[in-house]
Design a protein around this ligand. Structure first.
Ligand SMILES: NC(=O)c1ccc[n+]([C@@H]2O[C@H](COP(=O)([O-])OP(=O)(O)OC[C@H]3O[C@@H](n4cnc5c(N)ncnc54)[C@H](OP(=O)(O)O)[C@@H]3O)[C@@H](O)[C@H]2O)c1
Length: 297
């Protein structure tokens, strides 16, 4: 395989993916350019224009761009579908016609959350607009008569303090002594962004095709994951006053009811990769160490 083009390269996962791919990749931005990135407006641009900008030899097209916030999708179903569904289908159709492998990054929100450990072959049952948009693309891709890959992600975490980084975003709140209300009934399969990126980079080269759950091997509740981070931080700074309060996901006033248990079965992923995703305990230690220094014990 030769070069990869990453749509959504300026995003949380896209940046890590470009690092994992190294010099074999070109990234596209929408509003946040960086040196070497190419401009991309999903509502306007077609693949031909992007390939002109990206240069010769693109054989893999990663599609990570779009509105990744379920609240925004619920608020503007038509506007977000234009990017998350219409532009993705257009790009994928054009890619397969040119013999380029499309790699679509989907979400555990394609499931209704009534039980966890979902495999890749179970029927899709989304209950949110974001999940329906992801499911629509997945189901359409399954009808393609050329090779394709769908990577279904669960929650992605890192030390970054941006909105999409489930753990890192808590660090400023913990520093400020906040009360953290976390759902005990929201269960997912968290994975560190660098592991997700490495898997996304390697899977196509290892021959993965169809749907693959790209997620951590252990299901965590949001409450337990936050408790793990808080404990790691307290080992470094016992004076931290932040408190953790259990709640239900149903107590949080979202526009739509959210799926409760979206944890994923990762048997297929493990059969494809010779290495394992790092455990969340290790990730929490690393985040705590970066933010609060070494342990005091
Ligand atoms: N993060 C997670 O925990 C998670 C979990 C499950 C699935 N996913 C999926 O993984 C993918 C990446 O997620 P992420 O967290 O990296 O999202 P993100 O940080 O919000 O990145 C979104 C990307 O889409 C680009 N974009 C937005 N609107 C665009 C438009 N109109 N035209 C072209 N590009 C546009 C953004 O470009 P600019 O920044 O340059 O504007 C950015 O590069 C998404 O498909 C998401 O659904 C993520």
């Amino acid at each position: 395989m030769t070069k990869a083009l990453v749509l959504g390269g300026s995003g949380f996962v896209g940046r890590a993916l470009l690092t994992a791919l190294g010099s074999d990749a070109v990234g596209a931005h929408h509003s946040r350019p960086w040196p070497g990135s190419i401009p991309f407006d999903a509502t306007r641009d077609d693949l031909a224009a992007l390939l002109d900008r990206a240069g010769e030899g693109i054989s893999r097209l990663y599609l990570l761009h779009g509105a990744a916030n379920p609240e925004i999708c619920a608020q503007d179903p038509v506007g977000t579908a234009a990017i998350n569904v219409v532009s993705v289908k257009r790009m994928v159709a054009d890619a397969v016609a040119r013999g380029i492998l499309p790699i679509f990054v989907s979400s555990d929100y394609v499931h209704d959350g009534t039980r966890g450990g979902r495999t890749e072959v179970e029927p899709l049952t989304p209950i949110t607009e974001y999940g329906r948009q992801k499911a629509e693309v997945e189901e359409w891709m399954a009808s393609l008569d050329r090779p394709w890959l769908v990577a279904r992600l669960s929650k992605v975490v890192s030390e970054a303090e941006c909105a999409h980084s489930v753990l890192g975003q808590l660090v400023p709140q913990i520093r400020g002594g906040a009360t953290l209300r976390m759902a005990t009934d929201q269960i997912f399969s968290p994975a560190h962004v660098d592991d997700v990126a490495r898997a996304l980079a390697e899977l196509p080269l290892r021959g993965a095709r169809g749907v693959v759950n790209v997620a951590g091997p252990v299901a965590w509740s949001r409450y337990d994951l936050t408790a793990c981070l808080l404990a790691a931080i307290r080992r470094r700074d016992p004076t931290v006053t932040a408190t953790l309060v259990p709640c239900s996901l149903r107590d949080i006033p979202f526009r739509e009811q959210r799926p409760l248990n979206t944890s994923l079965d990762t048997t297929k992923l493990h059969s494809l990769l010779p290495w394992r995703f790092r455990p969340m305990e290790e990730v929490c230690e690393r985040i705590a160490e970066a933010a609060f220094g070494p342990t005091r014990e």
